[in-house]
Design a binder for this molecule. Structure first.
Ligand code: APR
Length: 228
């Protein structure tokens, strides 16, 4: 059985990573949409760097939860038949042991050089405008996909949705495209679709089945079902 899993901020919520659109979704009074755009970066790069530097630093204090571990266990069972597509920029899937993960919105632990186009692992801050290790120019930005930019890996994701038998969406509000459209795409190609989310998402009616509750409970239970 070929499975594509889409994850969003809700899968990391029980690890202590704030979601975007729940009650705790503001950062120092900014809406996420106001700091996660190319325009915000052009007008107030220091504010944007501080936002992402704080989130990158916070990774050191969080751990994968049972939902991340369950998906790693599913990968051990399904191998290449499982692909995890995540909108999350944290590294909790990898730290739980998943290796077949596509970060469609980029990664906190990566920097992108606006001068040379290089992408590199980045653990520290960017607010001090360090030079790019590749070209020496101080034009490093967070390697994340902002509103108005094109997500990474869309061709591979589309190919995998087209051949999926099952599409499962975990912990995402269904408010941000193109990820919010994956359920319809997968269903149109013939996949069964399942939502696992704390509450009905904006796209809940598109799914064949929806289960509502915390990911740390729902995901391990669902993985047990699949692995029998
Ligand atoms: N278990 C399961 N689901 C949860 C939990 C939990 N413990 N806690 C919250 N949720 C659900 C919420 O009910 C909500 O539907 O997770 C969803 C989180 O939604 P968002 O905060 O909108 O996050 P996400 O869908 O990942 O956002 C998409 O928006 O800001 C951009 O680029 C950013 O990748 C992000 C994208």
């Amino acid at each position: 059985m070929r499975v594509v899993v889409l994850t969003g901020a809700g899968i990391s919520a029980e690890s202590g990573v704030p979601t975007f659109r729940d009650a705790d979704g503001l950062w120092e009074g900014h809406r996420v949409e106001d700091v996660a755009t190319p325009e915000a970066y052009d007008h107030a790069p220091i504010t944007v760097h501080r936002f992402y530097d704080a989130r990158r630093a916070a990774l050191a204090g969080v751990e994968p939860n049972p939902a991340h571990h369950a998906l790693a266990r599913l990968e051990q069972g399904l191998g290449d038949d499982l692909l995890v597509v995540t909108q999350n920029i944290d590294d909790l899937h990898e730290r739980a042991g998943s290796s077949r993960v596509l970060h469609m919105h980029g990664q906190l632990l990566s920097a992108l050089c606006r001068a040379c186009g290089g992408r590199m692992r980045w653990d520290g801050d960017l607010v001090d405008l360090p030079p790019c290790p590749g070209c020496g120019v101080s034009e490093l930005r967070p390697d994340v996909v902002w509103f108005g930019e094109i997500p990474y890996e869309m061709d591979r994701i589309s190919d995998r949705l087209a051949e999926a038998d099952l599409f499962v969406s975990i912990g995402t509000s269904g408010a941000v495209y193109p990820a919010a459209g994956f359920v319809q795409a997968a269903a149109s190609y013939g996949a069964r679709t399942l939502e696992l989310n704390l509450q009905p998402s904006e796209g809940t009616d598109w799914f064949h089945e929806s289960r509502h509750g915390p990911a740390g409970v729902l995901v391990p239970a669902w993985v047990d079902e699949v692995l029998g």
